[in-house]
Design a binder for this molecule. Structure first.
Ligand SMILES: [Zn+2]
Length: 440
């Protein structure tokens, strides 16, 4: 005991001696960068500004100023984006870095879990993360690993540790559904098949799963409130409900106690209703939302992450039940989106990338939103400030303002006139470091 105490006092004394010396700041914290922005969309204001300077110190934005008449100090790094439109790093609030748009012809979803080593899946997830960053998405909320366990926690650590390039990740780990509520399915009943999520039955098991996932690094919890979908007797979209109200309430209560939030995959009907009654923070997909449910979302402040584009991919032929289902999903979804937009529901940009191959442009969701009546500026906000609010990162990400992280992207066109120009991000800075610079 005595020895331990004397060691402790030695350590304390050394610590105080170190504190007494003036510590030189690490070079990165001292370095200044100035970006010249021809047009600047800050993520917050409704109107762009022109000829701006962004002063960056280390990994944070220090200040913004009009370029006119302002002298740039000689010893700073200047990045000239004076011919470009500069925006905050973009946020995709619904991705799956552990999925690769599984082609049914190549075995579809199941081969991922049945045949691929986790190391292969992790290697491919590393590529997905890099692709997102290359396209200007400096933040992803990644909505579960689809059978790859806590792999997303490791990828996040690898990015934060500087081992691999990638966006800031909010990870949801394994996700939760019920028996009969998630693949793998359709195998002989004698076989115990692995699942793409953690399966729970009953509120005790549901709470335990949330605790486990939070304990192992989940930033949010994801729950599947519906499973599969088909056309009902009256031509309506039906989706099988999964968790009971008791089960979802246990998860939400537990997760909120940890200061975290719950994302609910919910297509329509009973499952969507239970998600809302259970206090879900975000509705994912929300294909068919009734007027009463929209009113409830407004009242409860529920976020809506619609992921429109993914429901236009891989339609079966029109004369099959599957094909009719695919077309109905897209048409009711459009209607739900328009109603939610009109009512003022908080809509965030999300794609379901991974469900879509990562070789495709992530920004293809923007024109989908604009085609359904959202203004281009509002669509940009859904992928910047509004998403930051949902992630409890207001002022830190999704905004070009003093104090925010220096996550900055640029495109050569005007995204307010042509939203598709966001598919061509030519400059990407994350955390104050330039990752890509292809501007002319
Ligand atoms: Zn998804």
């Amino acid at each position: 005991m005595k020895d331990a105490l004397s060691t402790l006092s030695l350590v304390l004394a050394l610590g105080l001696a170190l504190l007494a010396q003036e510590r030189p700041a690490p070079p990165q914290l001292r370095s200044w960068t100035v970006i010249r922005a021809g047009t600047l969309i800050d993520g917050k204001s409704d109107t762009p500004r022109h000829d701006q300077l962004i002063f960056i110190r280390g990994n944070r934005i220090d200040s913004l100023a009009d370029a006119a008449g302002r002298k740039i100090p000689a010893d700073v790094t200047v990045i000239d984006l004076s011919k470009a439109t500069v925006l905050p790093g973009l946020i995709d609030s619904h991705t799956h870095i552990f999925l690769q748009g599984e082609d049914p012809a190549e075995g579809g979803y199941d081969v991922n879990i049945l045949k691929y080593p986790l190391s292969l899946r992790a290697a491919r997830a590393t590529v997905s993360a890099r692709r997102a960053l290359e396209q200007g998405f400096t933040v992803l909320r990644d909505l579960e690993t689809e059978g790859a366990g806590y792999g997303d926690v490791g990828i996040k650590q690898a990015i934060e540790g500087g081992y691999i390039p990638g966006p800031r990740l909010f990870v949801l780990t394994r996700a939760i559904s019920t028996t009969g509520g998630y693949p793998l399915e359709g195998y002989a009943p004698e076989l115990v098949m692995p699942k793409g999520v953690e399966i729970v039955d009953g509120p005790v098991a549901a709470r335990k799963a949330a605790r486990e996932q939070l304990d192992h690094g989940a930033d949010w919890i994801k729950v599947y409130m519906t499973h599969r979908s088909w056309v009902g007797k009256n031509g309506e979209l039906v989706s099988q409900p999964t968790l009971t109200l008791e089960e979802i309430k246990a998860i939400v209560e537990e997760t909120h106690g940890w200061g975290r939030k719950v994302a609910c995959h919910a297509y329509s009907g009973i499952g969507l209703q239970r998600a809302l009654d259970g206090g879900c923070d975000s509705i994912e997909h929300g294909l068919q939302i009734s007027d009463a449910q929209i009113a409830q979302m407004l009242k409860q402040g529920t976020w809506y992450c619609p992921t429109i584009g993914v429901y236009y991919t891989d339609w079966a032929s029109a004369d099959t039940p599957q094909g009719q289902r695919d077309r109905l999903r897209a048409s009711v979804h459009e209607e739900s989106f328009r109603k939610a937009l009109k009512a003022g529901v908080k809509i965030v940009f999300g794609t379901d990338m991974g469900g879509i191959p990562w070789t495709e442009p992530i920004a293809q969701e923007f024109p989908r939103m604009v085609d359904l009546g959202m203004s281009p500026m509002d669509a940009i906000k859904s992928a910047t400030t509004r998403a930051a609010d949902m992630l409890d990162m207001t002022g830190q990400i999704g905004v070009l303002a003093p104090g925010g992280y220096a996550d900055v992207v640029a495109v050569s066109g005007d995204p307010l006139k042509d939203i598709k120009s966001l598919e061509n991000v030519q400059f990407v800075m994350k955390d104050g470091k330039v990752f890509k610079s292809e501007t002319k």
